[in-house]
Structures are given as structure tokens and as C-alpha cells.
Design a protein around this ligand. Sequence first.
Ligand code: ADP
Ligand code: MG
Length: 243
Amino acid sequence: MTPAIEIKDLHKHFGKNEVLRGITCTVEAGQVVCVIGPSGSGKSTLLRCVNLLEQPTLGKILVEGVEVTDPDVDIDAVRRRIGMVFQQFNLFPHMTALQNVMVAQRRVLRRGRKEAEKVARDNLERVGVGEKADAYPAQLSGGQQQRVAIARALAMNPDLMLFDEPTSALDPELVGDVLAVMRKLAEEGMTMLVVTHEMGFAREVADRVVFMDGGVVVEDGPPAQVIGDPQHERTRGFLHRVL
Ligand code: ADP
Ligand code: MG
């Protein structure tokens, strides 16, 4: 089967700063891969390269077999298959939850109002905020806002989801609700590449954990290995600080 994401020797420079220094990593369809590592190690840049929010300097990225680093690629078509969830929820403040989940469906997928509304309500329900459809972001907790953001991504029927520290901006008591939604998605078979500091989630949900440091992959393996029995000193040091 074609992997969902294949990253081959990816390099990314910002000026003279080489932030990614040869990343190779594969996410198979239906897998959950968690990326962990210290701040500044290049995790967000890696994720952003997958849908070309950042332009890679060197190397290849294939999404479902389509080379996104090919200059002739239809990147909008690729992006439509990728849902992305950020640390900051980026909801439109002047729109209700329902409207937030409808807008890209209408504008990008050209869905009719009725269909977009049904899909929006179904997905708000799916992430446990169905009764908040008519609330504005300011009326919602951070955890509810993030779940609306997840519903917004899901409403586009993505084949895979990228999460960049989706719980890092949340009050601790709200983290669990968002992780529960992500866990459910994983159980439903969604392909997910997740940057997270939630080691419990990574340990229980991930098929593989990738530890990055200084723009390279230091360790890549099942959670029981990378988190439970790390082979590298840098991994051990990092885990020691976060666990
Ligand atoms: P992480 O997500 O692991 O904390 P990032 O990928 O955000 O790491 O950042 C890695 C490095 O790249 C940092 O040194 C950061 O300052 C730098 N960086 C990230 N984005 C940009 C940018 N748009 N322009 C210049 N430098 C950047
Ligand atoms: Mg980051």
C-alpha cells in the first residue's frame, strides 16, 4: 500500500540556519506517529513542510504517492486531503462554531449550504461539542474551541491529519477532552502525524514515536522502545525532563 506520508532526506534552511538536516520518515495509512523533541528541534517546520506551508530546501515529500516537492504539483488538491490542527485554534471570532466548520466546506469544496451544515453538525457532534453549534469562540473554553477546530478539519473529509501541539495552549484540566477526541479518531483508523508533549498519549495511542533533536531524527520506533527503553542519551535526557 502507498504510504500516507513519505519524507526523504528533508532539509530546510531559514537563511543560514539549517533547521531540518536530513529527515527521513514514513507514515503508513492508518498509522498514528507522534513526534516528540525539545523546543526548537524543528518539529513544527517538519509538519509545515508536509503541506508546503514551508518550502523544503532539499529532499522529497510524498503524500499518498504524490510528490508535493515537485514544482508542478497541484498543491491545493493535496492540501484538501490533509487536515491540520494547530496549537492556536485560529477560529474566526465573528463566526459561530457552526459557521466556522461550514466556511471552508462552502468556499473550498463548494458544498451547498444544507450539506455543509449537516456535515458541520455531524462533526461537532463527533467531537463532543454538538450543543455549542451556535456559540461564538469567545463563549467556549479552550478545549471546546480546539474541538471545533478539529471538527472544522474533519468536515473536509481529510485522508490524514497533522496536529501541531494541539493541547499545549490549554489549561491542564481541558487537555483530556481533546486527547480523548484524538484517541477516538485514531481508533477509527485516521492517519495522524502528531507533534505532542503528551507522553501518555504517545505511549498509548502511537504506532511509532519519532524523537527529533537539532533537526534530525534521533530515534524512531514503537513507543515501548523510544519512550520505554530509549537507546540514545539525547532521548533519555529529553524524557527525563518531560516525564
Ligand atoms: P519546534 O516546533 O520543534 O519547537 P520549529 O520548527 O518551530 O521547532 O523551529 C525550529 C527552528 O527554526 C527554530 O530555531 C526557529 O527559530 C526556526 N524557525 C522556524 N520558523 C522560522 C521562520 N519562518 N523563519 C526563520 N526561522 C524559523
Ligand atoms: Mg513547534
